[in-house]
Design a binder for this molecule. Sequence first.
Ligand SMILES: NC(=O)c1ccc[n+]([C@@H]2O[C@H](COP(=O)([O-])OP(=O)(O)OC[C@H]3O[C@@H](n4cnc5c(N)ncnc54)[C@H](OP(=O)(O)O)[C@@H]3O)[C@@H](O)[C@H]2O)c1
Length: 234
Amino acid sequence: MKTHILLTGSSRGIGAATASLLGNDVRVTLVGQGTRSGIPADFTDPAAPQQLWQQALDALDGRIDVVINNAGIFEANPLDAEHDDWVEGWERTMRVNLTASAELCRLAVRHWQERKSGGRIVNVASRAAYRGDSPAHWHYAASKAGMVGMTKSIARGYAGEGILAFAICPGFTMTGMAEDYLASRGGDKLLADIPLGRVASPEEIAAIAKFCALDAPPSMTGAVLDANGASYVR
Ligand SMILES: NC(=O)c1ccc[n+]([C@@H]2O[C@H](COP(=O)([O-])OP(=O)(O)OC[C@H]3O[C@@H](n4cnc5c(N)ncnc54)[C@H](OP(=O)(O)O)[C@@H]3O)[C@@H](O)[C@H]2O)c1
């Protein structure tokens, strides 16, 4: 029986690498904002996560075994913006990065409880959850710290029902999200802070996501896996 996976943010970057690494042993439903085949979902729309869940269930014969919450945004929100604009920027990042993931986690947990089947959640958070981020990215760090707290709560709450939850905290990873940021911070100088001497590749993060989705032993539930070239060791 193939594992049924709902993977968000699959159109590019880490999500696209994860989709190709998962291969043919699983049935994956891809989610992007419509830039690639799969179910389009724009998480700035509060109705989107629930609609997506239903559409994904329909596409996967009513059974989802794994949810990988990977979609995310990294938008600058300068402190000196107009107050209302700053609040809007905060809420937009929270909605896309945290609230949409939370809704999918909730729907997944309830689905697995009803089916008495167990299941796995993989939340792609960030090094920023622990280390914090730049002055223009309070919201990003807070959204990812929220994901980590939520993951641990799910792991503790439902392990006895076979529902497992993992979080991944990548450092800089060479995708569209990091490229502009790296360039704006003078690339090489930033690399000097990474003992490994380079940023992560999307394929490296995808390998961790695949492991958590399919193979990680149940006793690992609640684990937060760092992948940052030792740039932040905790
Ligand atoms: N790259 C890094 O350095 C890094 C570091 C730490 C953590 N992360 C985390 O890793 C995850 C993937 O990042 P990435 O670097 O692969 O990002 P990316 O290349 O920018 O891709 C982001 C993905 O999220 C989707 N997405 C963006 N806004 C969305 C929305 N409103 N509704 C639904 N989907 C939306 C995009 O879909 P469309 O293509 O349709 O827009 C795309 O598939 C994110 O959660 C990010 O926070 C990344």
